[in-house]
Design a protein around this ligand. Structure first.
Ligand code: IMP
Length: 430
């Protein structure tokens, strides 16, 4: 097994960063293929907390090369700050350690301004974006009005195109009652970003193709989650990229038959940030309890996450959409101490039982979750090192999930530290 894609099976924040970090120990490359600095992963290493938004999670393992693929939208300022922060920690972040696709699109100041202005104007109809300019940047990519990182290294061409694009953006910004953006405030700054990033820019597709041929271990790290996917998520309350495993190929430049395994990360309960449907949301004190105990606050925006019971209908849909053949279950420790735990195993919709998520928001709003009640457990799971030693109620919870999904469990995360993880099977080991 040489290529592994890791994706979230819910609405993001499943704890993918931790799983990627644990598995990267055996990986030669870790690759981001979509999203941008709307994502955020928190890693706790030696009790010190690190939050990154663009740099892949494997950065702390000495042998791993970190790659940002063409499908990512890059805010150069954020990327440069992350590189500098890592350098301050004493890490050598040179062009052998970090590769960035020259084809990746650049988030521009007007993308952020547009994101913010639209959300403000939409008021109660807002999406609840991270306001990082992600959507407007992908829009420009599709409209063929975007700038790839490589474009920043050709000042004259960049200058001409920027003048034209900016005129249109300022027209829209004015309409949205937002401040216009001056050419002078972008041009020099972005040329400097281009100079800084130039050594890291490369044709990622060729590098990965060669690595795959040589049998290197490549891990593709998905950002956000299945139900934030632009096509298959709870549209329009989604992000602007395809978050599914299939996009690892387009977003990094490898063909679909080069992927060996897809691992889905399932949080032991469900969360989402921003607006949008959430059938198993818990709106009372129990939801607050999960938020506090699970530290469910966005690592990008700090917003409190909405919390609810595990929804297996969603997760099983994610299994289908992503070809998931292995599961990592995270944050199981957060459920310790609950008397009773519920798992959603179907929905009631207009008097009928269904086992899928309908496409329309109106239909989604009418879903009533059907729950299976399971007994809780009191024990703290953090220091349990063997599956056999888990409380019997925890094992029952895990078994229920595995049986419903018909996918084997490979890893169980029982706390925030690297060490709090039971590895039942490492996909990179035969
Ligand atoms: P955008 O990606 O900033 O355009 O935001 C669109 C939606 O995706 C909003 O509901 C965000 O809260 C959500 N979102 C974006 N990135 C993440 C993430 O990494 N975790 C969870 N939600 C996210």
């Amino acid at each position: 097994m040489s290529t592994l894609v890791i994706v979230g099976t819910q609405w993001g924040d499943e704890g993918k960063g931790k799983i990627v970090d644990v598995l990267t120990q055996k990986a030669d490359y870790v690759v981001r293929f979509q999203g941008g600095n709307n994502a955020g992963h928190t890693l706790v290493i030696n009790q010190k907390k690190y939050i990154f938004h663009l740099i892949p999670s494997g950065i702390f393992w000495p042998q791993t090369v970190c790659v940002i693929g063409n499908g990512v939208v890059v805010d150069p300022e954020v990327l440069i700050n992350e590189i500098e922060k890592l350098k301050k920690e004493g890490l050598k972040i040179d062009s052998d350690k970090l590769l960035v696709s020259e084809k990746a699109h650049t988030i521009m100041p007007y993308h952020k301004a547009l994101d913010l202005a639209r959300e403000k104007k939409a008021k109660k109809n807002k999406i609840g974006t991270t306001c990082r300019g992600i959507g407007p940047c992908y829009e420009d990519k599709a409209a063929r009005k975007g700038f790839r990182l490589i474009d920043l290294t050709y000042p004259e061409i960049f200058k001409e195109k920027l003048k034209i694009v900016l005129e249109e953006k300022n027209f829209i910004l004015k309409y949205l009652n937002a401040e216009i953006i001056k050419f002078e405030d972008i041009y020099e700054r972005y040329i400097k970003y281009g100079e800084y990033l130039k050594p890291y820019l490369t044709d990622v597709s060729r590098v990965l193709w060669k690595a795959k041929k040589e049998g290197m271990k490549i891990l593709f790290e998905g950002a956000q989650g299945t139900f934030l996917d632009i096509d298959h998520g709870t549209y329009p309350y989604v992000t602007s990229s395809n978050t599914l495993a299939g996009n690892a190929c387009c977003g990094a430049g490898l063909g679909p038959l080069e992927i060996d395994l897809v691992l889905g990360v399932v949080k032991a309960y469900t969360t989402r940030v921003g607006e949008g449907p959430f059938p198993t949301e818990i709106k009372d004190k129990l939801g607050d309890h999960l938020r506090t105990k699970g530290n469910e606050y966005g690592s990008t925006t700090g917003r409190p996450r909405r919390c609810g019971w595990l929804d297996l209908v969603l997760v099983k849909t994610a299994v289908r959409l992503n070809s998931i053949k292995a599961i990592a279950l995270t944050k199981l420790d957060v459920l310790s101490g609950l008397e009773k735990i519920k798992i959603c195993i179907g929905y009631e919709y207009e008097g009928k039982v269904i086992d899928y998520l309908p496409s329309s928001l109106i239909e989604m709003s009418k879903l009533k979750p059907i729950y299976k009640d399971l007994p809780g457990w009191k024990e703290d799971l953090k220091d349990i090192k063997k599956f056999e030693n888990l409380p019997k109620e925890t094992k029952l919870y895990i078994k229920t999930i595995e049986e419903y999904l018909e996918v084997p469990l490979y890893l169980i995360s029982t706390g925030p530290e690297r060490e709090n993880c039971l590895i039942l099977k490492n996909p990179f080991e035969n």
